[in-house]
Write a protein that binds this ligand. Structure first.
Ligand SMILES: NC(=O)c1ccc[n+]([C@@H]2O[C@H](COP(=O)([O-])OP(=O)(O)OC[C@H]3O[C@@H](n4cnc5c(N)ncnc54)[C@H](OP(=O)(O)O)[C@@H]3O)[C@@H](O)[C@H]2O)c1
Length: 322
C-alpha cells in the first residue's frame, strides 16, 4: 500500500510517499480502506518535531480518516463494507489504516469521505471543549478565533447546534465567508475584535472565547469576556504561548481553561464512544456539515500540510487517498 512518510524533521517538504506492506488487523482492531485523510495543525508540527507526540523516524502521519471497513471484530457493531470515519492517532495518511472500533463512527450516505475525514480530530475536540470544559449554554455568545480553520469551523457548528450565538474572528474576507457559511452569526476581522465583540453584545462581552491561536491577541480575548466568562485554551498556531496576569481573572471573575482532548479522552476508555454518540445525534439533526477546503492527491501531501503553515487553509484540508 502507498503511505505518506516522514523520514526527517525538515518540515512539510520532507514528507514523501512510500510503499509499505499491506496491514493485518490484530484482535479487536478495525481494518479500513482509507479514501480520505484529514490534515491537522499537529501534522505540521510533527514534520518539524515540534509536537508533544514524537514518533520514531520514519513514521506515517495522519490522525483521522474516512473510508470503508475491510474487516471488523464480530462484536464491534461494524461490518465489512461500512462507510466510516475514525481517529487513528498516527498512520492515517495511507491506503489502509487500523484503529479501535471505539474510535470510529458510521458515516451517513449524505457525507462525502472528505467531510468524514474532517470529523474526528476537530469535532471530538470541540465537543469536549465546548460542552465539557466550557459548559456552553444556548444563551451564551461564543467568540471563536481561527474561525475558518478546522478547529474553528467545528467549534462554530457545535456551538450553533447547542443554540449559542457565534462571533467568528478570521484574518481575511474569504475566511470570514467560510465562517459564515459554516454557520457563524457574525464574522469579524482580527484587528479590533475586542471592540467589535463588545458592540455586537451590547457592551456586555462574550461568555466563551475559543482560542486555537494564542499569541498577542490573548489579553484582548480576556478583555472580551463578561463576568464568569471562560477562555478555552486550544492551541498556539501563532507560535507564541501567551502568559496571563492572574489579576485579570480576579477583576472580572473569569476562567482560563485548558483543553487537552487527547490527554483526557485516551485516559478514559469508553469516553470517545460517548462523544461519537453525541456527534451522531448532531449529524442526524443536520447541525454538523463540515466545510471542506482544499483537497490534494496523496503525492501532494507536503503541499497540503504546508497550506496550514502558510495560514492559507479555508475549511478542512483533506488528502484524497484513493
Ligand atoms: N487542545 C486540543 O485538544 C487540540 C486538538 C486539536 C487541535 N488543536 C490545536 O488547535 C490549533 C488549530 O488547529 P487547526 O487544525 O484548526 O489549524 P488550521 O485549520 O490551520 O486553523 C488555524 C487558524 O489559526 C490562525 N492563525 C493565526 N496565526 C497563524 C499562523 N501564524 N499560522 C497559521 N495559522 C494561524 C488562522 O486563522 P486566521 O488567519 O483567521 O487568524 C488559521 O485558520 C492547533 O494549534 C492545534 O494544535 C488542539
Amino acid at each position: 500500500m502507498r503511505v505518506a512518510q516522514i523520514t526527517d524533521l525538515t518540515g512539510p517538504q520532507g514528507v514523501s510517499v512510500a510503499d509499505r506492506d499491506a496491514l493485518v488487523a490484530a484482535a479487536g482492531q478495525l481494518l479500513i480502506d482509507v479514501h480520505a485523510a484529514g490534515i491537522n495543525f499537529p501534522d505540521l508540527l510533527m514534520t518539524r518535531g515540534e509536537y508533544q507526540v514524537k514518533p520514531e523516524l520514519p513514521f506515517v502521519p495522519g490522525s483521522e480518516i474516512a473510508g470503508v471497513v475491510v474487516s471488523a471484530p464480530a462484536d464491534s457493531g461494524f461490518a465489512k463494507g461500512d462507510r466510516v470515519a475514525a481517529f487513528t492517532l498516527l498512520g492515517g495518511i495511507a491506503e489502509q489504516a487500523l484503529t479501535s472500533p471505539e474510535y470510529a463512527i458510521k458515516l451517513p450516505d449524505t457525507f462525502t469521505f472528505a467531510q468524514g475525514a474532517a470529523l474526528p480530530m476537530n469535532y471530538l475536540t470541540m465537543e469536549f471543549a465546548l460542552l465539557r470544559r466550557g459548559g456552553i449554554k444556548a444563551s451564551d455568545t461564543v467568540l471563536i478565533h481561527g474561525a475558518a480553520g478546522g478547529i474553528g469551523t467545528a467549534g462554530i457548528q457545535i456551538a450553533k447546534a447547542v443554540g449559542a450565538t457565534v462571533i467568528a474572528v478570521a484574518s481575511t474576507a474569504e475566511k470570514r465567508e467560510v465562517a459564515l457559511a459554516a454557520g457563524a452569526d457574525h464574522a469579524i476581522p482580527v484587528e479590533g475584535f475586542r471592540d467589535t465583540a463588545k458592540q455586537l453584545t451590547g457592551g456586555r462581552g462574550v461568555d466563551i472565547v475559543v482560542d486555537p491561536v494564542g499569541g498577542d491577541r490573548f489579553t484582548d480575548s480576556l478583555r472580551s469576556l463578561q463576568a464568569e466568562g471562560r477562555l478555552l485554551v486550544i492551541g498556539f498556531t501563532d507560535g507564541e504561548i501567551p502568559t496571563v496576569k492572574v489579576n485579570r481573572l480576579l477583576l472580572n471573575n473569569i476562567d482560563v481553561r485548558g483543553v487537552g482532548w487527547g490527554a483526557f479522552a485516551f485516559a478514559r476508555p469508553g469516553y470517545i464512544g460517548t462523544q461519537w454518540a453525541s456527534i451522531a445525534t448532531l449529524i442526524e439533526s443536520g447541525a454538523i456539515n463540515p466545510p471542506v477546503g482544499s483537497v490534494y492527491p496523496l503525492e501532494e501531501v507536503g503541499e497540503a500540510i504546508a497550506e496550514l503553515g502558510a495560514r492559507r487553509a479555508q475549511g478542512k484540508v483533506v488528502i484524497a487517498v484513493r
